[in-house]
Design a protein around this ligand. Structure first.
Ligand SMILES: [Zn+2]
Ligand SMILES: [Zn+2]
Length: 553
């Protein structure tokens, strides 16, 4: 059976898993890619900084007409440098999205002259596809959903969305336009399943303003808030609240600052005059006149928030009576590092408020009533749940079936499934190769994990520092052991010499750490890895695999 007259949807990531969002639309020999995201590695991916979808399918997909980006979150743009270095295709996005893409390309050594083009209101013709970008509310500015006209009908791709009736920037979903599309006829709706198991409606972004305001009003010392760096609207709210209570707003951490700078440059972060100050200026202000927003909402070991919590930040201290607010959700897999962060903050005497204690965070994704409203507005022939783990896809599928589609017009699929559809039916017809690619930020090496580790060990060697730390006192037991294979070159004694120097680096890092830090295994591991990598790169011009082992005794 030939499928050339049917539209194919090929998700290379994002279905049945959290992150890695990438959907290929294929008609005949033409392909259109929507989003190219990454996934944050879990603690089990030792030494890996980024997880990306395997893109080998794109090598023989036919003519790649373009890459359209719905918004600037990492799970939608994180794989762009990797994709564009393999396929130089025109890439479309809103100005804020493209600004974040440029930053990513520079960081990840992507192509230096990428073909980046603005995604405006005018329909975009890309081969057999005509793409219309529609505004939608989400937890990052300038998010878009897409209406993609294909030879077999219109497909609406929501990407991430919520139906916030009064978003902070005033730009939410255009219900009239969506209803008009529904009346014209929508073949398929590919819709966000992230919150498909949450009843009701996601509260609007404005709903966090009153609880945050109340907390700041009652604070006597510093107020320290952490949120996602890209959550510009949250930063805007915090700036407004700071000004209202006579506080100045300081942003600390490279990622929070970079995002805010890009947004301010595009006029997307309006703050009351004179509210924002540089972190260096904090020293000149009484603590009760400051509100600090720091990166590291997931307790990332080397982030500004973690350094503050450990009393190690250059510009920000945390003391008895200060207030720390975690205005972010917990990304799956971060529970332990967030727990450590809260412990460290409390140990320094701070009061800590998380979304468990007060409604200081709301999701950027619509709940069940919003998913239902999207279906009611668009009246699609078929629904394909996207963006979610399998259980969320299934919850969304049931919701769609109950909305009047029946189960035969709803297609649950996994990453790698080839979904074929036309006016009459939808089905999974094939499977393509999908997988994950692991990238090490220090080395920018790209390979499958095992392959990467093996090549790395074969080419650059491996270094394993072993450190025993007393869990109670935080003291180091004995000298650090270091196992080195395949790193030293040169004459006799070269390895001994390298080993002695590496041991000194480890001892130095341990001595510089406080007992509190030494008890924090994840932090200590990250730190030793960082310092040893730096030393070895300088000393040997190699990038061996560094795997610290911390023995808690
Ligand atoms: Zn998003
Ligand atoms: Zn997303």
């Amino acid at each position: 059976v030939s499928h050339t007259t049917r539209l194919q949807l090929v998700p290379l990531g994002g279905l049945g898993e959290f992150g890695l969002n990438l959907m290929v639309y294929r008609f005949g020999g033409d392909c259109l890619v929507v989003d190219a995201g990454m996934m944050f590695p879990g603690e089990e991916h030792l030494g890996v900084d980024v997880v990306l979808p395997d893109l080998s399918f794109l090598d023989d997909c036919g003519t790649l007409r373009g890459l359209v980006l719905t918004h600037g979150h990492e799970d939608h743009i994180g794989a762009v440098p990797y994709l564009l270095s393999r396929h130089a295709i025109p890439t479309f996005g809103t100005p804020f999205t493209l600004a974040l893409v440029r930053r990513r390309l520079a960081e990840r050594h992507g192509p230096s002259a990428p073909d980046l083009r603005p995604l405006g209101d005018a329909p975009l013709r890309l081969g057999p596809f005509v793409v219309e970008a529609l505004p939608v509310a989400h937890s990052i500015p300038q998010s878009r959903m897409l209406a993609i006209r294909t030879p077999v009908g219109t497909v609406v791709h929501t990407a991430d969305f919520k139906l916030d009736p009064q978003p902070l920037d005033g730009i939410g979903a255009d219900r009239a336009r969506l209803r008009a599309l529904g009346q014209e006829g929508v073949l398929a709706l590919l819709s966000d399943s992230t919150n498909a198991d949450r009843p009701g409606t996601t509260p609007p972004e404005r709903s966090v303003e009153a609880p945050l305001d109340q907390l700041v009003a009652g604070a006597r010392g510093r107020v320290l808030v952490t949120t996602f760096a890209s959550h510009i609207h949250r930063v805007q709210l915090l700036g407004r609240i700071a000004a209202r209570h006579g506080r100045r707003l300081a942003l600390v951490g490279a990622s929070v600052r970079a995002h805010a700078d890009l947004a301010e440059g595009l006029g997307l972060l309006p703050l009351p005059n004179g509210t924002r100050i540089a972190p260096e200026a904090l020293a000149d202000l009484p603590v009760e006149r400051t509100l600090i927003v720091a990166s590291g909402s997931q307790g990332e070991p080397l982030s500004a928030m973690s350094r503050i919590a450990l009393g190690q930040h250059r510009h920000v201290r945390i003391d008895d009576g200060d207030l720390a607010i975690l205005s972010a959700r917990e990304i799956p897999g971060s529970a332990r590092s967030i727990g450590r962060l809260v412990n460290h903050l409390m140990r320094r005497g701070a009061e800590v408020v998380t979304p468990v204690e007060a409604p200081v965070h709301v999701s950027g994704h619509g709940s069940r009533d919003e998913l239902r409203e999207m279906i009611d507005l668009l009246q699609p022939r078929f629904v394909v749940p996207i963006h979610g783990e399998y259980r969320q896809l299934v919850a969304h599928a049931r919701l769609a079936a109950d909305a009047g589609l029946g189960s035969r017009r709803v297609q649950v699929a996994d990453s790698g499934d080839v979904i074929a559809l036309d006016e009459r039916r939808i089905e999974v017809v094939d499977r393509v190769h999908v997988g994950r690619v692991y990238i090490d930020g220090a080395a920018d090496e790209v390979d499958l994990a095992v392959l990467r580790d093996r090549r790395r060990i074969a080419g650059d060697g491996i270094v394993i520092p072993v450190v025993a730390v007393d869990r109670d006192s935080g003291t180091v037991n004995g000298d650090p052991e270091i196992v080195v294979r395949g790193v030293a070159s040169g004459g006799d004694g070269a390895e001994e010499e390298l080993l002695a120097e590496a041991r000194a680096v480890v001892s130095g890092a341990l001595a510089a750490a406080t007992p509190e830090e030494r008890r924090d295994e994840a932090l200590l591991r990250a730190r030793l890895q960082n310092e040893l990598r730096r030393f070895l790169r300088r000393r040997t011009q190699r990038r061996p695999l560094v795997i610290p082992v911390i023995l808690g005794v």
